[in-house]
Every structure is written in structure tokens, then in C-alpha cells.
Design a protein around this ligand. Structure first.
Ligand code: UDP
Ligand code: MG
Length: 312
């Protein structure tokens, strides 16, 4: 008799062999007293240090464990997406395998969610890492708050609690897992945060260096653009096209009045640029139609349909 789990914990694992038995112990200790059925989705992201074998053993011993084994290393975000895809619970909780996140925080995060939120983000208020990691991460986070308008301190913390529906409009590529709250918020999710414990890494090593920050900033530009323009790209591009044509007109007039070839050349460049932008906007409009219609996605999210039994 296996109950459908209510809570699905998703853990990306890449070369964490020495952390896994302790992680399993701590997760079990944190979740069992809640009395809510749970599953542990441990996703091996192509480890070559024996993590796979440990996961195989855990899956054989503990019916709550589901081990997903990748064929090679696809990255943390892909591992998390695989966990989300296989999760059966109404609540989904990702966390790192390296015991930097503390499973003992999970009950508090769940209690916070029950106050009426869709997402509760962990905030590593007392982050146990060098300044070289913390400072760029803090700057990137501040930029992210400015651009997305989702005011949480620490988007990079893997430990979060999601209601399953909030993940449905989200597809993860590249390093996009940190943007889930921003994307979900654009679809109307209620989001809050809670300080969580953060430990230094005891075993294994960090898989990332400083290079991650530039990727995060590029991803941020992409996410901002996708969120702003997914519905009306012609508006996003069209505005710049109109500006460009206005500049073309202005420099054309100056060029004619002053008899200046340089200004006329500028006018020609702005004219072409405007046409390019309109063209790009139209292509993007076609693509959003393919995206929404081809995937059956909606441009809105319903909270409920009331008064018609068959749609409840
Ligand atoms: N991870 C992964 N695939 C990768 C890199 C990392 O699944 O290619 C996992 C890793 O095992 C850990 C989590 O992602 O559980 C976070 O990685 P790490 O601790 O190295 O990041 P940091 O805490 O240093 O930001
Ligand atoms: Mg870590």
C-alpha cells in the first residue's frame, strides 16, 4: 500500500557520495514527524563518484525514495526539472544534496505556506561562503529584484516550497531555476520568504565558480524579455521601431536642410533599423502563436471556475 505522496522533495545530485546517507537520514527525520505522506526524488546528474550506487541502494531500501539517473551530466536545472516532472505531490520542495540547506527547516517552510502562500523561498540570511561567492550573488540578486519586481532576498537558495500549480507554467532551461519565483509571480503566485539555516560544505566541492554571475545576468535579461513580450512582442519591438523611424525622419530633415550627406546616411540607417525591428516583432508574434497554440498553453491562469459543476 503506497499512499500518493503529498510532499515531493526534489534533490539534484552531482558527485555528492559522502553527503547522501546523511542527507537521507536528515530528510527522513524532518519529514516523518509531519505525518504527511512524502517521496524523495533524488536525481543523479551523471555522477562518477559512486553517488549513483548509493542512490540505487537507497531506492531499494526505502520505499519513499525515487532515484532518477541521468545518462550524463545535464546540469542542476535539468536535474530539478526532471524531479518536478516525476513529482506526484501537491507540494514540491527542492533542496541541495550537499547539506548546505538544512532539511530541519522544511516544517517551518510548510507552516509558512499554510498561512496562504503559493511559494515560500528560503533565505540564507547567514550564508556560509566566502565573500567571493557572496558579494556577486548579492549584487545579482538586487538586480533581479529591480528587474522582476519580486522582492525576495535570496533567489539563489535552492530550498523553497512550491504548490504544484505554480510550477506548471514554468519550463526550466539553462540555469533558470532561480527565476521560478519571478516567472510564477508573473502568473499570479503569492510569494514570501523565510530565513533558513545555511551550513558550510563538509564533503565534496562546489560545482560553480564566479563565472555563474555573468550567466545569471544574461538569464535575467532573457527572463525579463520573455515575461514582458511573450504576449505582445510587436509592442515591445514596435516601440523601438517607431523611435527609430522618428530619428530617421529627424535626421533626414536635418540632412536635407543642411545638405549633409552624413545626416542623410543616418536617416537611411534608422529607416532600415526600424523596418528590421518591425520585421522581428512580426516574426516574434508568429512564434508566440506557435508557442501558445502548439503547446496548448493559455495566456492567463485561472484561480477557479465557480458555478459550473463540470469544470470544478
Ligand atoms: N548539481 C547538479 N548538477 C551540476 C552541478 C550541481 O545536480 O551540474 C547539484 C549539486 O550536487 C548540489 C546542487 O546542485 O546538490 C548545488 O550545487 P553546489 O553545492 O555545487 O552549488 P553551490 O552551493 O556552491 O552554489
Ligand atoms: Mg552547495
Amino acid at each position: 500500500m503506497s499512499l500518493t505522496p503529498e510532499i515531493s522533495v526534489v534533490v539534484p545530485v552531482y558527485n555528492e557520495v559522502d553527503n547522501l546517507p546523511e542527507l537521507h537520514r536528515q530528510l527522513t527525520a524532518a519529514l516523518t514527524p509531519l505525518g504527511r505522506p512524502y517521496e524523495l526524488l533524488l536525481v543523479d546528474d551523471g555522477s562518477h563518484d559512486g553517488s549513483r550506487e548509493v542512490l540505487q541502494r537507497l531506492a531499494a531500501e526505502d520505499p519513499a525514495v525515487v532515484a532518477l539517473l541521468f545518462r550524463r551530466n545535464f546540469g542542476q536545472t535539468a536535474a530539478m526539472q526532471a524531479g518536478f516532472d516525476h513529482a506526484r505531490g501537491a507540494l514540491i520542495i527542492p533542496l541541495d544534496a550537499d547539506l548546505q540547506n538544512d532539511p530541519a527547516d522544511i516544517p517551518r517552510l510548510l507552516a509558512k505556506l499554510d498561512e496562504g502562500y503559493d511559494i515560500v523561498c528560503g533565505w540564507r540570511a547567514n550564508r556560509q561562503e566566502g565573500a567571493l561567492r557572496k558579494v556577486p550573488s548579492r549584487l545579482a540578486n538586487r538586480l533581479l529584484v529591480r528587474v522582476t519586481g519580486v522582492d525576495i532576498h535570496d533567489t539563489g537558495c535552492t530550498l523553497k516550497v512550491f504548490r504544484r500549480e505554480t510550477l506548471e507554467p514554468v519550463r526550466l532551461y539553462g540555469q533558470l531555476h532561480r527565476f521560478i519565483p519571478a516567472i510564477a509571480s508573473a502568473y499570479g503566485a503569492r510569494i514570501t520568504e523565510l530565513p533558513v539555516t545555511h551550513h558550510p560544505r563538509r564533503f565534496g566541492e562546489s560545482k560553480y565558480g564566479i563565472g555563474r554571475t555573468t550567466k545569471v545576468i544574461l538569464d535575467l535579461m532573457l527572463v525579463k524579455f520573455l515575461l514582458a513580450s511573450l504576449c505582445r512582442p510587436i509592442h515591445a519591438f514596435g516601440r523601438w521601431a517607431l523611435l527609430s523611424w522618428a530619428l530617421s525622419l529627424g535626421s533626414g530633415l536635418v540632412g536635407l536642410l543642411a545638405g549633409s550627406g552624413q545626416w542623410l546616411l543616418a536617416a537611411l540607417i534608422f529607416l532600415t533599423l526600424g523596418a528590421q525591428l518591425i520585421g522581428t516583432g512580426i516574426v516574434a508574434e508568429l512564434l508566440t502563436r506557435v508557442y501558445h497554440e502548439g503547446t496548448g498553453r493559455r495566456t492567463y491562469r485561472l484561480a477557479a471556475v465557480l458555478g459550473r459543476a463540470e469544470e470544478s
